[in-house]
Ligand binder design. Structure first.
Ligand SMILES: [Zn+2]
Length: 319
């Protein structure tokens, strides 16, 4: 037998032609696998769940204070399509040992057909929405709060206490602010009312530097919205900064902290917050979880000369 014939015979023996298994082209799955990633901060177990993403066509107003060519260049430098900004949404479930805390609640499928995956990913992660004890909210933009309710208006996490920054509540629930707000912001004000009005008396509001959940301390990170809040999660000497929207996509706004995204309501204050926070997490080498970072949205911020860059965590198959 020639070597070639021997190989063919061996192959034939290993893969029986008649078995009907794996002998046809496999159908393409046509959809993404579940978006779930788990990691530990001290004894706390964090489960990152993607809610999906929206690809926003780039326009000249997306970064208010940079020419669109520069923004295209930054996207291209990150090997992203130069004409569309991928805005992804990553919520976190923190198991503190005593409580299950969901930090921000996704879009509820209310903003785009490509988002609203939180519930199915939570199911894939083996987490029952009825087991969530607390929904902790960073700020009141629709992509963070809409998912508190299902499309039919019922509560997605029926047993959870909803906990929000007082400064956000004070701004968004104010009728005067709503009436003075530009047309483009009316939908956001309406979403705030849709989500919170029916449960207003049950919503717990926390002050600037409170500890809304055990081991989770609020960091006032104002500017993106008037009461935009990040969180410092501490367990057994390890720390995670839950960044919320201190920056949007890191390829744009960690690289260019001076850029003002269209979403920043008080751009100068947002920039000062961003620079302060970038300096803190880079200097202290802290873990950072960013709501709009590429999934699983966890990593570090490195200083590169006078700039910063996001360094994603390496996938860890073992907890
Ligand atoms: Zn956001």
């Amino acid at each position: 037998m020639t070597r070639r014939a021997a190989l063919a015979a061996a192959t034939a023996a290993a893969v029986p032609m008649s078995a009907g298994v794996a002998s046809a082209a496999a159908p393409a799955a046509g959809r993404q696998a579940p978006g779930v990633y788990r990691y530990k901060i001290g004894s706390y177990e964090v489960t990152a769940l993607t809610d999906g993403l929206v690809r926003r066509p780039l326009d000249a107003g997306f970064v208010r204070n940079a020419p669109i060519e520069k923004v295209r260049e930054a996207l291209s430098d990150a090997f992203l399509p130069p004409d569309k900004v991928p805005l992804s949404f990553t919520t976190l479930v923190v198991n503190t040992g005593g409580r299950l805390v969901l930090i921000d609640a996704g879009t509820g499928g209310m903003l785009a057909p490509t988002a609203g995956q939180l519930y199915e990913n939570m199911a894939a992660a083996g987490i029952d929405p009825r087991a969530i004890d607390m929904v902790l909210v960073s700020h009141f933009h629709p992509d963070h709060i809409a998912g508190i309710r299902l499309k039919d208006g019922t509560l997605a996490f029926p047993n959870a206490e909803v906990v929000v920054p007082e400064a956000e509540w004070a701004f968004w629930m104010d009728e005067g602010q709503m009436s003075r707000a530009p047309q483009g912001m009316q939908a956001a004000f309406k979403m705030v009312r849709r989500v919170f009005e029916p449960m207003a008396k049950d919503v717990r509001r926390f002050e600037r530097e409170a500890e809304p959940a055990p081991g989770i301390v609020a960091i006032p990170a104002y500017g993106h919205t008037p009461g935009h809040t990040a969180f410092r999660l501490t367990s057994e000497g390890e720390q995670l900064i839950v960044w919320s929207d201190t920056t949007n996509h890191p390829a744009l706004f960690v690289r260019n902290p001076g850029w003002h995204a269209v979403f920043d309501m008080e751009p100068e204050q947002a920039e000062a917050t961003r620079r302060h926070m970038l300096d803190m997490v880079a200097t202290d080498r802290l873990w950072v979880a960013g709501y709009h970072f590429p999934f699983p949205a966890i990593g570090h911020v490195a200083r590169t000369g006078s700039d910063f860059a996001f360094v994603p965590a390496m996938w860890n198959p073992v907890l």
